[in-house]
Design a protein around this ligand. Sequence first.
Ligand SMILES: Nc1nc2c(ncn2[C@@H]2O[C@H](COP(=O)(O)OP(=O)(O)OP(=O)(O)O)[C@@H](O)[C@H]2O)c(=O)[nH]1
Ligand SMILES: [Mg+2]
Length: 378
Amino acid sequence: MSEKVEDRIKELEERLASTKVNKATQKSINFIKFQLARLREDLIRIASSKKGGGGGFGIKRTGDAQVAFIGFPSVGKSSLLNLLTEGNTHSKVASYDFTTVTAIPGMMNIEEAKVQLIDLPGIILGAAAGKGRGKEVLAAVRSAELVLVILCFRSDGTINLSDLKTIRMELNNAGIRLNTRVPKIVIKERTRGGIHFTYKGHQLMDADEVKSLMNDLKVRNAGVYFSEPDITPDQLIDFIFGNRIYTREFVVINKSDLMKTPISPEKITEAIGHEHWVMISAKNKENINTLRHNIFMELNLIRVFLKPPREEADMDEPIILHRGDTLEKLCRKIHKRFINDYRYSLVWGKSAKHPGQKFDNLDHIIEDGDIISIYLKR
Ligand SMILES: Nc1nc2c(ncn2[C@@H]2O[C@H](COP(=O)(O)OP(=O)(O)OP(=O)(O)O)[C@@H](O)[C@H]2O)c(=O)[nH]1
Ligand SMILES: [Mg+2]
């Protein structure tokens, strides 16, 4: 069955590429995009359902956060995993392509946090359509909160920056949206009245196009509201499918030892499109600690310390959370009893207006370095 799905995807991609974009063709382009999204959805489902949870390879999520490595074959993903996990993991390294054939997890300790790194087989063009172990790799990426895209210097001293474009496209085809967020759309299904389209600001689609796309999606009666400007048909399709993964990429350029003439950081930033990148050499162990620190920062991790009521705070073993997390997240991480039997908390630190501020409810946002006492019902 999946063979057929892949052929159909290819056919539609070709049709999309050969259709000229203008007002008259826009609706049929949207329809092709919608059909493509549905077929890709089938592929993701097939890959994700294999061998239990944790994406296509059935990796058990552990640690405070998960980071997936993605890149073309032989860029040095496994070398990097071995370095970052300080010899606790051994993922085979070799000079031939497709050395890694399955997902290899490893644990990196950084600033008291445990970050699970997942080394994956190299991907190639067409991964999302099932080439190599592409579907499984992309399914594994879906369950990580940060994607480390690994590029490298080639032996001629140039960087394979064009691979970045391919990787982004493959991730996109697998329903993974990088460095963006859920579009601000509200859809309220109704029993009758057709499609009622309202919006804020300048929009790219008119009521007619929205209506036609909603009909393609078999929604006949609904209120559709765009609460931010310039929503694209792709964003509307994403919103309706609802299972897109919104995650972030950090780019690692490996093998800097092969660089022949220095390249200006501005040029690299321009080519990548953002400043979230670092150049390293796994071979010479260059910039590895910087990368380690970058990963910690990109994950937005914070440390909070527990102070059992009427005792000293435990400053040795912080609990690791994410920026923006609330007391509820903290309680949930300790034990669900802390939610059910919660009475109040006392908080010292940046998020408290005064030392030992009392919070009766769980929606208070905590900050890095906070010391917290949680009082439970007896
Ligand atoms: N010159 C140089 N070579 C490196 C560096 N890092 C890795 N290599 C070499 O590149 C080759 C591939 O390394 P791997 O770590 O196996 O690459 P991979 O990305 O895991 O490859 P696959 O598992 O096949 O996708 C090996 O011969 C490594 O020794 C580096 O920083 N500089
Ligand atoms: Mg490898």
